[in-house]
Design a binder for this molecule. Structure first.
Ligand SMILES: Nc1ncnc2c1ncn2[C@@H]1O[C@H](COP(=O)(O)OP(=O)(O)O)[C@@H](O)[C@H]1O
Ligand SMILES: [Mg+2]
Length: 252
């Protein structure tokens, strides 16, 4: 059974069919790329998958469970985490606390236990700190744990967003143009980290990029969107040779 199965998903904004007849199957542990020019419908597809928008048609199954039309929180609890095209961090909070926000979703203790700082709460809090630090190490951010997120350089903020998404212990990680605004060195380092996350945590990752070379370099399979429609889909090497894809990208 595929970890993610999308059938005939679609949504319109006014007369604009932003995503139409969208089908996708991703196996567990796959690093999958979703590419297409600006305005193709990539972010809208993520918004449909994560409950930000309700689809006007189609179905989404995660690990066999129907999550179509569920709320953002329900879908996150079911195991879908994402990052955003425009960074959304808690800028006034330290780096460590940004990751702990993700962990709080998973931890079981009552608010009262937290307010009274009962022993159980303190034990959980200690475990959270450890887990958050481990995640920061993966992204080489452990040295910045006490820095306010807003004071981090841009490339590190992008990495922190991924660390926070991973803290929710997702089954599926959605990354929306994680390399946007990065310089070539930062981008290469980030792609290595994404591959590492897949290998180390056996994470299933759906990666949005508009740079075809970047995604082609690390993803086994690709879907190419154009004007809300699937232009090509399948193994990366075949998709990149597809004349329809080449023509669509010649204008870039
Ligand atoms: N909330 C919205 N209301 C109206 N139009 C939208 C909305 N969200 C996205 N769109 C439109 O849908 C199309 C696809 O947008 P988007 O998914 O952001 O593209 P991409 O991420 O591939 O650049 C664009 O034409 C965009 O203007
Ligand atoms: Mg987008």
């Amino acid at each position: 059974m595929a970890l993610l199965e999308i059938n005939n998903l679609g949504i319109s904004f006014g007369g604009l069919r932003a995503v139409d007849a969208f089908n996708l199957k991703i196996e567990k542990g796959q690093l999958y790329g979703l590419i297409g020019p600006n305005g193709a419908g990539k972010t809208t597809a993520f918004n449909l998958l994560t409950g930000v928008y309700k689809p006007s048609q189609g179905r989404v199954l995660l690990d066999g469970e129907d999550i179509t039309g569920k709320s953002v929180i329900e879908i996150n609890r079911t195991g879908v985490a994402r990052t955003f095209q425009n960074i959304r961090l808690f800028h006034e909070l330290p780096v460590l606390d940004n990751v702990k926000v993700g962990l709080h979703n998973q931890m079981e203790y009552s608010t009262l236990a937290g307010i009274l700082r009962l022993p159980k709460y303190r034990k959980v809090e200690k475990e959270m700190n450890q887990k958050a630090m481990e995640l920061l190490k993966v992204f080489d951010l452990d040295g910045d744990a006490e820095t306010l997120a807003g004071n981090l350089p841009y490339g590190k903020q992008r990495k922190l967003e991924i660390a926070r998404a991973l803290a929710t212990n997702p089954k599926l990680l959605l990354l929306d143009e994680p390399a946007a605004g990065m310089n070539p060195n930062e981008t290469k380092e980030l792609m290595d980290t994404i591959r590492f996350i897949r290998d180390e945590f056996d994470m299933t990752i759906l990666l949005i990029e508009h740079d075809m070379k970047l995604v082609g370099g690390i993803c086994e399979e690709l879907t190419v969107l154009s004007f809300g429609q699937i232009l090509a889909q399948g193994e990366t090497s075949a998709v990149l040779k597809d004349p329809k894809v080449i023509t669509a990208y010649l204008g870039e």
